[in-house]
Ligand binder design. Structure first.
Ligand code: CO8
Length: 258
């Protein structure tokens, strides 16, 4: 399917979704979020796809929600349409893994979009920030909640209150990103990680997502119980038998998602 604001490619079980509004540093407008939601739903249903990489350009992953579009909206406009949020939630509903490959600016809604993905791989040029305060507003796609959980209150509060950007090195040190790689190697590294994920049992990867995400939403006791039951439940799959048999036979497992 052709889109105006994103480019979607599928190759060897890996989908790449590239945000593509270069004139606006990939600012997120309603059309882009709607197309992204549609693409994610299609990739979720596409049996060829086992992992998705969400990326932008070298200069900008996404410089936030589109300020030009937002400037003329009023409360009723944003409230009645659940502006951007309803579509952004498609990322969170996706059960297949999504890696954010971030180079350049990931600001405001761009930082929030990256944080909705399962993990963030950053290039050395990545800059993260929640500068909504400079516009007289606050984060609206999870920045006040996710950034705080990822990097802690002090750093999150400073970033939200002052609007300062965090560079890639600080983002890695703070736990916001999984790794920092050279800018020219970002997609190669993201693809290598995606290929590794694609080799696994898709049943197990879905359960990993459920279990890790649960840790942000529940108590330790409930989370531990959820994890244990999730572990137990995978013993109902052929992939568990195959994975453990392959280990004993000293060969690569051939998972069949069954
Ligand atoms: N929206 C619209 N256009 C943008 C945006 C944006 N967020 N960011 C950049 N652009 C445009 C610029 O207007 C410019 O366009 P033009 O060439 O037509 O003038 C073009 O992109 C290039 O930008 P700059 O010339 O400014 O490039 P610089 O390299 O000088 O600066 C910056 C790059 C620092 C990224 C700068 O562009 C900037 O500060 N951008 C705004 C960043 C920002 O404030 N982001 C937060 C937006 S608010 C938000 O994300 C809220 C999300 C919550 C939504 C809630 C829904 C429920």
């Amino acid at each position: 399917m052709a889109y105006n604001t994103i480019i979607v490619e599928v190759e060897d079980q890996i989908a790449t979704v590239r945000l593509n509004r270069p004139d606006a540093l990939n600012a997120l407008n309603a059309e882009l979020l709607s197309e992204l939601a549609q693409a994610v739903a299609e990739l979720e249903a596409d049996a060829r796809v086992r992992c998705t990489i969400l990326t932008g350009s070298e200069k900008s992953f996404a410089a936030g929600a589109d300020i030009t579009e937002m400037a003329d909206l009023n409360f009723v406009d944003v409230f009645s349409t659940d502006y951007l949020a309803a579509d952004a939630e498609a990322i969170m509903r996706c059960r297949k893994p999504i890696i954010a490959a971030v180079s350049g600016y990931a600001l405001g809604g761009g930082c929030e979009l990256a944080m909705m993905c399962d993990f963030i791989l950053a290039s050395e040029t990545a800059k993260f920030g929640q500068p909504e305060i400079n516009l007289g507003v606050v984060a609206g796609l999870g920045g006040s909640q996710r950034l705080t959980r990822f990097v802690g209150k002090s750093k999150a509060m400073e970033m939200h209150l002052t609007g300062r950007f965090m560079d890639a090195e600080e983002a890695e040190r703070s736990g916001l990103v999984s790794r920092v790689v050279p800018v020219k190697k970002l997609m190669e590294e993201a693809q290598a990680a995606a290929r590794k994920i694609a080799e696994k049992s898709a049943l197990a990867t879905m359960v990993v997502k459920e279990a890790v995400n649960r840790s942000y939403e529940t108590t330790l006791r409930e989370g531990l119980l959820f994890e244990r039951r999730a572990f137990h439940s995978l013993f109902a799959t052929e992939d568990q038998t195959e994975g453990m048999t392959a280990f004993k036979e000293k060969r690569e497992a051939q998972f069949r998602d069954k």
